[in-house]
Design a protein around this ligand. Structure first.
Ligand SMILES: Nc1ncnc2c1ncn2[C@@H]1O[C@H](COP(=O)(O)OP(=O)(O)OP(=O)(O)O)[C@@H](O)[C@H]1O
Ligand SMILES: [Mg+2]
Length: 316
């Protein structure tokens, strides 16, 4: 990673309140030419929180993370970590990061690479401990260029934890990890967070965010479109779908029914997305008694989440 630049100092609000936050982001903006990658993000993460950054490709997650780490300079706004500038927090070993891109240094063994990183840290973990936490003790002797995708990710994780940081920032950490490795990875993160430390990770998957984060911050098109617990986000995006053959009913009539949010025609069937499927069912039976072949499905959470991101992101 070659990009380094200072972050604009200074922030609104009282110094006292700001110093208490692990991450404090205020009115953050960043464009790349015409692309407005980050458009006014405000976010405060308290010490001890495990926060997921959830959003589709291009939402601005990595750009925000790069600014949190002091790797990209914001066009406007500020970031502080534990009340200090990001570059300072990184230098003092308060922050460990796992980035989405960037190759591992070649021609070193895994142990040599982790040792090299440890030597740069003011208060590192023992190298063996970092290898163990990342589940890579068994490949410590392998050359970094010969690792599989999932193994490389675990080495990146070792490089992030070897600083023994107060804050871990992880950009799509589980990409390329198989199911077993993924589970071990999250167990290690839980152990890290249980000691009152802070974790921010980016992901595309609502399920992963819900399983491992206390709080989910949903980004779309450069803005935060939802921020809350997994349950509160799911409440907004979930719901049921009622499908049936409904002779003579128009989409307009069906959309007007109570409990129905949107209507689609799929072949000979009508598909009703419902906020309240019980109410919708009663209403449709009353108004269209000739309805038949009724089926009610639990909405696919990921699909519903994508709909939320599409509508909220477009409106911003
Ligand atoms: N260095 C850059 N130069 C030009 N455009 C960039 C650069 N970095 C990011 N972008 C653009 O900014 C937008 C946000 O990108 P970003 O990488 O932050 O998204 P993301 O949410 O991390 O996406 P993904 O889930 O694919 O990792 C995208 O449209 C991307 O093409
Ligand atoms: Mg990204």
């Amino acid at each position: 990673m070659t990009r380094t630049s200072p972050i604009t100092p200074g922030a609104a609000g009282t110094q006292e309140a700001r110093a208490g936050a692990a991450v404090d982001i205020s009115d953050l903006h960043r464009s790349f030419g015409e692309v407005r990658a980050v458009r006014g993000v405000d976010l405060r993460i308290a010490p001890g929180e495990v926060v997921a950054f959830l959003g589709p490709n291009g939402a601005g997650k990595s750009t925000t993370i790069d600014m949190i780490l002091g790797l990209t300079r914001p066009d406007r706004g500020s970031v502080t970590l534990f009340g200090a500038e990001p570059t300072l927090a990184v230098r003092t070993g308060q922050v460990g990061a796992m980035l989405q891109s960037g190759a591992l240094l070649p021609d070193l063994s895994v142990r040599e690479l982790v040792s090299l990183f440890a030597a740069l840290q003011p208060h590192p973990l023992a190298v063996d401990e970092a290898l163990e936490r990342a589940g890579i003790s068994d490949i410590a002797g392998q050359r970094t260029q010969n690792l599989s995708g999932g193994q490389s990710q675990r080495v990146r994780f070792a490089l992030a934890v070897v600083a023994d940081p107060d804050l871990l920032v992880l950009d799509e950490p589980t990409v390329a990890m198989d199911v077993e490795v993924r589970q071990a990875f999250w167990a290690s993160i839980r152990q890290f967070a249980a000691s009152g430390r802070t974790v921010l990770f980016a992901t595309h998957y609502l399920q992963e965010a819900d399983d491992f984060a206390d709080r989910i911050v949903v980004m779309a098109k450069g803005s935060v479109v939802a921020d809350g617990t997994g349950a509160s986000i799911k409440e907004r995006v979930s719901g049921r779908r009622l499908t049936a053959v409904i002779p003579d009913a128009t989409g307009e009539q069906l959309t007007a029914l109570p409990g129905v949010t949107t209507v689609e025609q799929v072949g000979s069937r009508m598909s009703l997305q419902c906020s309240d499927s019980d109410t919708a069912l009663r209403a449709v039976l009353t108004q269209f008694p000739q309805i038949h072949e009724i089926e009610i499905h639990q909405a696919n959470l990921e699909e519903a989440f994508l709909r939320l991101v599409a509508t909220e992101g477009a409106a911003s």
